[in-house]
Design a protein around this ligand. Structure first.
Ligand code: PMP
Length: 389
C-alpha cells in the first residue's frame, strides 16, 4: 500500500515541528537539562486538582453541553472582566475548547476560504502556519525585529495586507520571544485595521505572565476592535494545567455560535473532569497565578543576566516564560548551536529558526525550570561557549 497516496497533500506537505527532535534526543541522556519544552514546571495547584477529583467522586462523568458547563462559562466571564476588563456573555460568546490549540484550529477552520491569507508575525508559536495551511489558507509571515523588541509595527502590518487578507494573528505575549504589545502598540495596529474586514485572532494564552508591572492588554479592549477580535485563551500556562487540555474562545456571538457547531461535530464537549477543575481555577486561582508569576520573574532576570554575563546579547522578555538570546556571535546557525550544545553539555534549548522567519540567529530557552537547573545550564553554557573560542 502506498500510504503517500492515502494521505492528502495538505498533511504530507506540513513539516513536523522543529521542537520535538530535542526532546527525543534528550530522553536517553544522563544528567540532561531541558530548557526546551514550553510547559510550566509547577504542579497544578492542589485545590484545582481536588476539584477535578471531587467531580469524579460525585459521578460527574458524562458529556457536558457542547459549549462547556454553564457554570464554567460564567466563571470565565467573571474572570475576564475582573482580570482584563473584557466583557463576554457566558451564553453565546464563550466556547470551552480542548486547550487553546483547539481554539486556534476552530478559528481558522471556521473563517478561511481556500486562498485566504492570514498574517502571522514571527518568530512565533509553531502551530499557526500549519493550521492555516491545513484549512487551505495561506500563511503570510511577517518578521518582527529584535530592535523593535519583537513587536509588530503598523508599517509591517500594512505591508503584509492584500485583498486576500482574512485575518491577522496576534501572538502576544509571544512564544518564543517574550515580546508583548502595549496599548499604544495595539492602537497603532487598530488604526490600520479599522474600516477593513480583517479579523484579529488574538492568542492570549500567556496573558497572565507579564513582568515589570505591565498588565496584558487585549486587542478586544480597544475601540471598534471588540467586534473584529477572537480571543484564544486557556489554562495551560497561567495555572500550570497543560495536561488537563482546557482552553476557551471568546468573540462575537455569530462567530462563536458557528465555531460551537464545528466543536460539536469534532469534539462534542471538552473533558468533563477538567471543566470542573477549571471552574475552581477561575474562581479561586488568582493567588496561584501571582505566586507562579513572581517565581518566573525571578528566574527570568537570573537567566537574562546570566546570558549577558556570558557575552550573549539578550532582549529582556516582558512576557511568557521564554528568553531569546542571540547566538550569532558564536558563528553557528541556531540549529548547529542547539545540536552541539545538547550533544556536548546535555542541555536542550530550541533553535529560533523553528519559530519561523526572523528566528535564525537566536535560541529559545524556557525558564519554567528550577533555579538549580537554570544555574547548572548557565554553567554548562559558559563551558560550551569557551570551547567554541
Ligand atoms: N499558544 C501558544 C503561544 C502556546 O505557546 C501554546 C502552547 N505551547 C498554545 C497556544 C497551546 O496551548 P494549549 O493547547 O495547551 O492551551
Amino acid at each position: 500500500m502506498d500510504y503517500n497516496k492515502v494521505l492528502c497533500g495538505r498533511i504530507r506537505n506540513v513539516p513536523p515541528s522543529g521542537i520535538r527532535k530535542y526532546f527525543d534526543l534528550l530522553q536517553g541522556m544522563e544528567g540532561g537539562i531541558s530548557l526546551g519544552i514550553g510547559e510550566p514546571d509547577f504542579q497544578t495547584p492542589w485545590h484545582i486538582r481536588d476539584a477535578g477529583i471531587y467531580s469524579l467522586e460525585k459521578g460527574f462523568t458524562k458529556y457536558t453541553p457542547n459549549a462547556g458547563l454553564s457554570d464554567l462559562r460564567s466563571a470565565i466571564s467573571r474572570y475576564l472582566k475582573r482580570r482584563f476588563d473584557l466583557e463576554y456573555a457566558p451564553a453565546g460568546q464563550i466556547l470551552v475548547t480542548v486547550g487553546g490549540s483547539e481554539g486556534l484550529d476552530l478559528a481558522f477552520r471556521c473563517m478561511l476560504e481556500p486562498g485566504d491569507e492570514v498574517i502571522i508575525p514571527t518568530p512565533s508559536f509553531v502551530c499557526y502556519g500549519p493550521l492555516v495551511s491545513m484549512t487551505h489558507g495561506v500563511p503570510v509571515y511577517v518578521e518582527t525585529k529584535a530592535e523593535n523588541e519583537f513587536r509588530l509595527t503598523p508599517e509591517e502590518l500594512k505591508r503584509a495586507i492584500t485583498p486576500r487578507t482574512k485575518a491577522v494573528v496576534l501572538p502576544f505575549p509571544c512564544n518564543p520571544t517574550g515580546g508583548i504589545m502595549e496599548r499604544a502598540d495595539l492602537e497603532a495596529l487598530a488604526q490600520v485595521l479599522r474600516g477593513t474586514d480583517i479579523m484579529v485572532i488574538s492568542d492570549e494564552i500567556y496573558a497572565e505572565l507579564t513582568y515589570g508591572g505591565q498588565r496584558h492588554v487585549s486587542m478586544a479592549n480597544l475601540p471598534d476592535m471588540y467586534e473584529r477580535t477572537i480571543v484564544v485563551n486557556g489554562f495551560s500556562k497561567a495555572y500550570s494545567m497543560t495536561g488537563w487540555r482546557m482552553g476557551y474562545l471568546c468573540g462575537p456571538k455569530e462567530l462563536i455560535t458557528a465555531m460551537t457547531k464545528l466543536h460539536q461535530y469534532g469534539i462534542m464537549s471538552a473533558p468533563t473532569t477538567s471543566q470542573y477543575a477549571a471552574i475552581e481555577a477561575m474562581d479561586h486561582g488568582d493567588g496561584d497565578i501571582e505566586a507562579m508569576q513572581s517565581e518566573y520573574d525571578g528566574r527570568r532576570r537570573f537567566l537574562v543576566d546570566g546570558f549577558r554575563k556570558l557575552g550573549l546579547s539578550c532582549f529582556e522578555p516582558k512576557g511568557a516564560f521564554y528568553t531569546f538570546p542571540c547566538i550569532r556571535s558564536t558563528g553557528l546557525s541556531s540549529e548547529e548551536f542547539c545540536d552541539r550544545f545538547l550533544e556536548k553539555e546535555h542541555v536542550a534549548v530550541i533553535p529560533g529558526s523553528a519559530f519561523g522567519p526572523g528566528g535564525e540567529g537566536f535560541v529559545r530557552a524556557c525558564y519554567a525550570a528550577s533555579m538549580k537547573d537554570l544555574a547548572e545550564a548557565l554553567e554548562r553554557l559558559g563551558r560550551f561557549l569557551e570551547s567554541l573560542r
